[in-house]
Design a protein around this ligand. Structure first.
Ligand code: ZN
Length: 129
């Protein structure tokens, strides 16, 4: 995926995803409005639009759940309060990469540090030593 892009905080990412879902939902419903001459098409598009909007509500709910699990910290770069998800995340305000893991401090930021596979690999490597 597009890891080369400026990294943004996970919560912000999910939030923009939910926002996109709402827009898609409304666009599909608008399509239904345009095709009101064809009854079945209108109904289908309206149902799909509704589905997208419900999905976005679910995502928003999920963000709420994630936020309670996120670790609130003060960003060392911009000194604003932010929240972290997982071992590495970015500041919500200045996009400063952050880590909770002392082993990863100073290492170039990489999203792979959050993945279970990487953790397993790291564990296996430390066993070999
Ligand atoms: Zn910051």
């Amino acid at each position: 995926m597009a890891d080369k892009l400026v990294y943004s905080s996970k919560i912000n990412k999910i939030r923009s995803f939910a926002l996109i879902l709402i827009f898609v939902g409304f666009a599909v419903m608008y399509g239904g409005l345009l095709s009101r001459n064809i009854e079945w098409l209108m109904l289908t598009l309206f149902l799909f639009g509704l589905l997208f909007i419900i999905l976005s509500c679910v995502v928003y709910f999920w963000i709420g759940m994630l936020s309670t699990k996120a670790v609130p910290i003060e960003c060392p770069n911009c000194e604003k309060p932010t929240k972290m998800l997982g071992r590495v995340d970015a500041c919500m305000h200045c996009k400063q990469p952050l880590t909770l893991d002392k082993d990863l401090e100073g290492i170039e930021f990489d999203e792979k540090y959050n993945k279970r596979k990487y953790r397993k690999q790291a564990k296996a490597e430390s066993k070999d030593k």
